[in-house]
Ligand binder design. Structure first.
Ligand code: SF4
Length: 433
């Protein structure tokens, strides 16, 4: 079979959702990828490695091969029997799969949470309080003449963010790096900071203080201290001047802001700073979302329940109280008695108590890969990669919806998340109605 080259492929790794990849397919395998960053090439060329391709179910202490039908039947019965099932993950799958997951949690009276609760949860709480001024990445590319990365290191975490959307992109009104100023605020001189026109190094866990001082300087208030967060007042005032004098500014922030002391209060301070700046110039703010569809997990859950994550259906209606109804808190308190994990690896990154409880309850995982979570699972349902082996819609970090493509077939017999979850929902309904 001859090689086929597919252009404008959407990457399904980080929240940038770059849609300019060129993929060469030979004999139903991806053999070459152009325009991708190292993270994307690694996934595109390595998607066949460390796969789960056979449904497995634990007998005693050993995982044994089974069929999808049998595994789905046992999963349905396990979830129905549970008083507080947890449905967690969702940021590496499609909007369509997430919507079925929400239906499943509602049908079985469980908890529905996504990985936001361990990354940008504080961002969402901050937005609830203050609101946000946002726009698309396209507008930033064409118009922004000043870009700030605060607590974020895109050179490593979102490698094409700067070249596609910000300081190094070619926009309509801003053509090159020399048309834009780059400011980096971080606790250490990261590789992104090395490219900055201005680098502000602050003391760890003092983001809130610096953000509030900067807002005061933007407002023209006098600050009666010599330094804030280890940064001199002169430097803060100089920075405030730069922000006020830009024509279109964009503040991007990462986990360095959401997960340092203050958490959602840091985000409220950042949103308030941007509100203040909008009385003097044009400014927008945007979180640097990590997984390619974590934004979709928030959006789809919000359309269907009114809440973006940590949704509790145990009372028969959706309830939302992050810190109480989020996965880590529920698991650390030992409150869930079964868990269905979709496209996520919580055993690798949850705190010890939460991960320990996950291993003590019936654990079912739907995932394309072998992970520490699949290895601890009672049931494993292998799935196809969204954006490589199946289609599906996703939300880019700025809220633009994109339709990913199917490039190759999944391994023989492997089903998609949508097929598995639809069959599971159907089985649950047949057993409960
Ligand atoms: S920056 Fe992110 S979305 Fe873009 S190619 Fe790299 S991993 Fe993919």
């Amino acid at each position: 079979m001859s090689q086929e080259v597919i252009s404008n492929v959407i990457c399904t790794v980080c929240g940038c959702s770059c849609d300019h990849l060129q993929v060469t397919i030979d004999n139903d395998k991806i053999v070459k990828v152009k325009n991708a960053c190292a993270m994307s090439s690694g996934k595109m060329l390595g998607y066949r490695n460390e796969r789960t391709t056979q449904p497995m179910m634990k007998k005693g202490t050993t995982l044994k091969p089974t069929t999808y039908e049998r595994a789905i039947d046992v999963t349905a019965k396990t979830i129905i029997k549970s008083s507080s099932p947890l449905f967690y993950g969702w940021s590496l799958t499609s909007n369509e799969a997430i919507a079925i997951g929400v239906d499943l949690a509602e049908e079985t009276g469980g908890f529905f949470d996504n990985t936001t609760s361990t990354c940008h949860g504080p961002t969402i709480l901050g937005v609830h309080e203050i609101g946000e001024s946002s726009c698309t990445l396209g507008e930033i590319r064409h118009r922004a003449d000043l870009v700030i990365y605060w607590g974020s290191n895109p050179v490593h975490a979102h490698p094409l963010h700067m070249s596609r959307y910000t300081v190094m992109s070619k926009g309509r009104f801003r053509k090159s790096r020399s048309d834009r100023k780059l400011i980096v605020v971080d606790v250490r001189k990261t590789d992104t900071a090395k490219l900055a026109d201005v680098f502000i190094q602050l003391e760890p866990n003092n983001d809130y203080e610096l953000m509030v001082a900067l807002r005061a300087a933007v407002r023209g208030d006098e600050i009666e201290q010599e330094t804030v967060a280890g940064v001199s007042i002169d430097k803060i005032e100089e920075l405030a001047e730069m922000l006020i004098n830009c024509e279109f500014g964009a503040l991007f922030f990462g986990l360095g802001l959401t997960m340092s002391a203050g958490k959602s209060k840091n985000i409220e301070a950042a949103l308030s700073l941007v509100t203040e700046l909008n009385s003097k110039t044009k400014f927008v703010i945007m979180p640097m979302r990590g997984h390619f569809n974590v934004n979709g997990a928030n959006n789809v859950t919000t359309w269907l329940t009114g809440y973006p994550y940590a949704v509790d259906f145990t009372q028969g209606f959706p309830r939302y109280n992050p810190g109480e109804t989020s996965a880590v808190d529920l698991l650390a308190r030992g409150e869930c008695d079964s868990a269905l994990i979709v496209a996520s690896d919580p055993i690798s990154n949850f705190p010890y108590q939460a991960a320990k409880h996950l291993t003590s309850i019936p654990l079912i995982t739907i995932d394309p890969h072998i992970t520490p979570t699949t290895m601890c699972s009672n049931i494993i349902l292998p799935s196809a990669h969204v954006g490589i082996e199946t289609t599906g819609s996703t939300y880019r970090m700025d809220g633009v919806v994109l339709e990913t493509r199917k490039l190759v077939d999944p391994p023989k017999g492997v089903k998609t998340d949508v097929e598995i979850l639809s069959a599971l929902l159907k089985r649950v309904k047949s057993l409960t109605r």
